[in-house]
Ligand binder design. Structure first.
Ligand code: ADP
Length: 216
C-alpha cells in the first residue's frame, strides 16, 4: 500500500525542482524514486525500512549544496518537512542520514549501509543509459562544453584530456557500473553501460568521418 506521507514529499519535490533545468528536474527525481522501487523489489527489508528508503529517494537532493548553499538552513527545512509530513523522530533521523550520505558520497570514502546504497544506486543509474547520455549532452550544452575534440584523445582513460562530453563518458559514466552495489543496480547498470558503449562507438565513427582539415 502506498505511504500517504509520500504525497507531501512529492509536493516538496514539485515546488523545489519543478522549474530546474540542469538535469535535476522533477523527472530526474521521479526516475530515482522508480529506480528505488525496482531495487526494493529484490531486497528483503521491513515495511518501515522501505518507507524510510522511499522518503529518502524523493528527498535525495534536499541537502545538496548545489541547490541549497546554506547547509544549516537546508537541514532545518528538511527536519521541518519530515515532522510536518508525519514521520516519527526515529524515521526522520534515518531519512536525513540517507539524504546526507547520498549528497556527499563523492566526497566521503566509506562503507555505506544498505538503505543508503539503495538510494545511491538509484541516483547513479540516472547518469547512465539513454537518459544518462541525454543528461550528459544537456549538461555539456549548458556549460559550453564541446561535444568532443579533434582529433579524439589517443588514450581516453587519461583524466588530463580536454574536457568534452565525449571525455565525460570515460571520466565518469563508464566508471559508474563498478560503483553500483545492489543486485538490481548492477543488473541494470550492466545493460545501460553496454548501450552507452555502443552509442559511443557509433559517435566516434561519425565524428572521425567528419574530422578533416578543410584548409589542408
Ligand atoms: P550529480 O551530483 O547528481 O551526479 P552532476 O551535476 O555531477 O550531478 O551531474 C548531473 C548530470 O550531468 C549527470 O548526468 C552527469 O553525468 C552530467 N555531467 C556532469 N558533469 C559533466 C560534464 N563535465 N560533461 C558532461 N556531462 C556532465
Amino acid at each position: 500500500m502506498k505511504d500517504p506521507r509520500l504525497d507531501n514529499l512529492a509536493r516538496w519535490a514539485q515546488e523545489n525542482f519543478g522549474q530546474e533545468h540542469t538535469g535535476h528536474d522533477l523527472g530526474h527525481i521521479r526516475r530515482v524514486v522508480s529506480n528505488t522501487e525496482k531495487i526494493l523489489r529484490k531486497e528483503t527489508l521491513t515495511e518501515a525500512q522501505e518507507q524510510i528508503v522511499l522518503a529518502a529517494a524523493w528527498l535525495h537532493e534536499a541537502l545538496d549544496d548545489k541547490f541549497f548553499p546554506d547547509t544549516a538552513a537546508a537541514r532545518a527545512s528538511l527536519t521541518e518537512l519530515l515532522k510536518a509530513s508525519g514521520y516519527s523522530a526515529d524515521k526522520q533521523e534515518a531519512i536525513e542520514a540517507i539524504v546526507q550520505d547520498v549528497s556527499f558520497h563523492k566526497r566521503q570514502k566509506k562503507a555505506y549501509p544498505l538503505l543508503t546504497r539503495i538510494v545511491q544506486d538509484a541516483d547513479l543509474l540516472e547518469a547512465i543509459g539513454a537518459i544518462g547520455i541525454g543528461r550528459a549532452f544537456y549538461f555539456g550544452g549548458a556549460h559550453h562544453e564541446p561535444l568532443a575534440s579533434t582529433p579524439l584523445p589517443q588514450d581516453p582513460w587519461r583524466s588530463q584530456n580536454p574536457k568534452t562530453v565525449y571525455q565525460h563518458f570515460f571520466d565518469k559514466l563508464f566508471r559508474i557500473e563498478e560503483l553500483l552495489s545492489t543486485a538490481v543496480g548492477r543488473e541494470i547498470g550492466e545493460k545501460r553501460t553496454r548501450f552507452m558503449k555502443e552509442f559511443l562507438t557509433e559517435f566516434k565513427k561519425e565524428w572521425e568521418d567528419g574530422s578533416f582539415d578543410p584548409l589542408g
